[in-house]
Design a protein around this ligand. Structure first.
Ligand SMILES: Cc1cc2nc3c(=O)[nH]c(=O)nc-3n(C[C@H](O)[C@H](O)[C@H](O)COP(=O)(O)OP(=O)(O)OC[C@H]3O[C@@H](n4cnc5c(N)ncnc54)[C@H](O)[C@@H]3O)c2cc1C
Length: 488
């Protein structure tokens, strides 16, 4: 769609967009104010800029999105913590927020509305690609795309934006390397109390790294947020089978209780389910109350996981914003889970018999969602591929040729590889319980957190927001660590 809408390309090339799913449902998608879909992405400013330039963002309902102003990330074993604010990421982030929580359906509906204004792009929805072959007599070697409605499309360039199981990648014979994380990401839309009058708005994203995987709380509105809880498959299955009140209390506990107490609670739920029973909300609350007393957590403190009828009145405790507000329930039918994996194609451009093919998005790379980068990487791919195709058209080149496509692979492969490796290492670093590793990662996180902005200040190690404009929190974190190492 981005290629088809390019002013350079649109008069020279016809574009067909093939989608197996029913897009009419997305075109007509709407939800009552205050209710949010369970699949959402945190879109970086770079992704939003691209969508704005291509005209699609105008069709996204911005009222339903939420700018993230701050991130709190901490270690579930040692409690070492790092805090980022939008200012840390430069002037643009200070103006627009670090990123913007956007429901995938809100974005997809916006893209479809933009597509409706592009008669040059032919949309073939509810249409599945059944096979892709070549005509051996065709000297130009164009791929033939066989659709399940009997049509056959002959294409100068075949873009595989067809997800992890990419039929285009398979046809191109491009191998990929990767692994399953043996982890499921539970998603749900959470309801919670609004922040108190003396606290800030609900614009902070929270992520706690538990030994079983990270749990993230991402804001939508003052009283609703999105959950992404990555955990072992058997725990995910057990949590999803629980009473919603039990699940909500477990979410609160996962942000508050020590990791070994969480392990006890998982076992308690698994044992009761193995015995054909389900733990009741009252039983779980009794378990948590006992453990909170043992850990010295006051019943009315910020660190108590027990759901209260009303938010605490008056000035909140000083640490009330270091963890998310108490979850009071789940929006109906929003709890679901997805398997997580790492996967990277060996190459992005097909060669030889598979020439005239190129991969973007999850067809090229699939990454753990802990840094919210998968879709952002895919949008950067699309932006770069559009530029590459434009250059080929402007220079009278063949847009499907390897030479024309090479700048795309050169720009995107390494950039994606670096980000994917960082995310994968972060996942591995935080799922180990080995004490020396926990100590080292905690010291590292605390040190990075101490490297505050110090324009004009008197610090041994300092950094300035202007030097970090446009970075994601993950890149900023790596850079702050590098600066610390460089300055001894
Ligand atoms: C829990 C979770 C949270 C995430 N959070 C974030 C986040 O905060 N930020 C972020 O950037 N990313 C996030 N991601 C990653 C993001 O969701 C993915 O990277 C993104 O959806 C991939 O988009 P895609 O279009 O490349 O692939 P897909 O979404 O898989 O789309 C592929 C499309 O191809 C179509 N297709 C496949 N085969 C055929 C065929 N044979 N014929 C016709 N059509 C076909 C499918 O119907 C589908 O519509 C998250 C992922 C998960 C699991």
């Amino acid at each position: 769609m981005s290629i088809g809408s390019s002013p350079v390309v649109k008069d020279n090339i016809s574009v067909a967009l093939i989608e197996a799913g029913d897009l009419n449902k997305i075109q007509d998608w709407s939800m009552p104010t205050g209710s949010f879909s369970n699949r959402a992405s945190s879109l970086t400013n770079a992704s939003q800029d691209f969508l704005k330039r291509s005209g699609s963002w105008n069709h996204v309902d911005e009222q339903r999105t939420c700018g993230i102003e701050e991130m709190q990330v901490w270690d579930g074993v040692s409690d070492a913590r790092i805090t980022f604010t939008a200012e840390d990421l430069g002037a643009e982030a200070a103006r627009n927020g670090m990123s913007r929580m956007t429901e995938n359906l809100n974005l997809q509906r916006g893209l479809l509305r933009q597509l409706a204004q592009l008669p040059q792009v032919q949309l073939l929805q509810k249409t599945k690609v059944q096979s892709i072959t070549r005509d051996s007599d065709d000297k130009q070697n164009w791929p033939l795309v066989y659709l399940d409605n009997g049509r056959v499309l002959r294409s100068r360039l075949l873009v595989g934006a067809d997800g992890f199981n990419s039929p285009v990648r398979q046809f191109a014979g491009v191998s990929s390397y990767g692994w399953s994380y043996d982890t499921q990401a539970i998603v749900a839309t959470l309801e919670h109390h609004a922040r108190g009058a003396f606290e800030g708005p609900n614009t902070t994203a929270y992520q706690r790294f538990l030994p079983t995987g990270p749990i993230a709380f991402l804001p939508f509105s003052s009283t609703a947020s999105s959950l992404v809880w990555s955990t072992r498959p058997h725990i995910a299955k057990a949590l999803l089978a629980c009473d919603p009140a039990v699940f909500s209390t477990m979410i609160n506990a996962a942000f508050r209780l020590p990791a070994f107490s969480m392990r006890y609670l998982y076992d308690r739920i698994l044992e009761s389910q193995a015995a054909g029973q389900t733990i009741t909300p009252a039983e779980l609350q009794a378990e948590i109350m006992f453990r909170e007393q043992a850990h010295g957590i006051e019943h009315l403190s910020t660190y108590s996981s027990l759901i209260r009828q009303a938010p605490p009145a008056g000035i909140g405790s000083p640490d009330s914003q270091s963890i998310p507000p108490l979850v009071t329930g789940l929006q109906p039918n929003t709890a679901a889970s997805f398997p997580l994996r790492f996967n990277h194609a060996e190459v992005y451009i097909g060669e030889g018999k598979a020439s005239r093919t190129v991969l973007v998005g999850d067809a090229a790379h699939t990454v753990h969602p802990l840094a919210g980068q998968g879709l952002n990487m895919g949008l950067s791919d699309v932006e770069c591929l559009t530029r590459t195709v434009e250059q080929a058209v402007l220079h009278g080149g063949d847009i499907g040729s390897y030479t024309a496509l090479l700048p795309y692979a050169q720009e995107r492969y390494l950039a994606n590889h670096v980000l994917m490796s960082a995310v994968d290492k972060l996942h591995k670093l935080y799922t180990t319980k080995l004490e020396p590793v926990v100590w080292a990662r905690s010291v590292g996180l605390e040190v990075i957190n101490e490297l505050d902005s110090c324009e004009g200040g008197d610090h041994d190690v300092c950094w300035s927001p202007a030097d970090h404009a446009g970075l994601t929190w993950l890149e900023l974190c790596s850079q702050r660590r590098a600066e610390y190492i460089c300055s001894g």
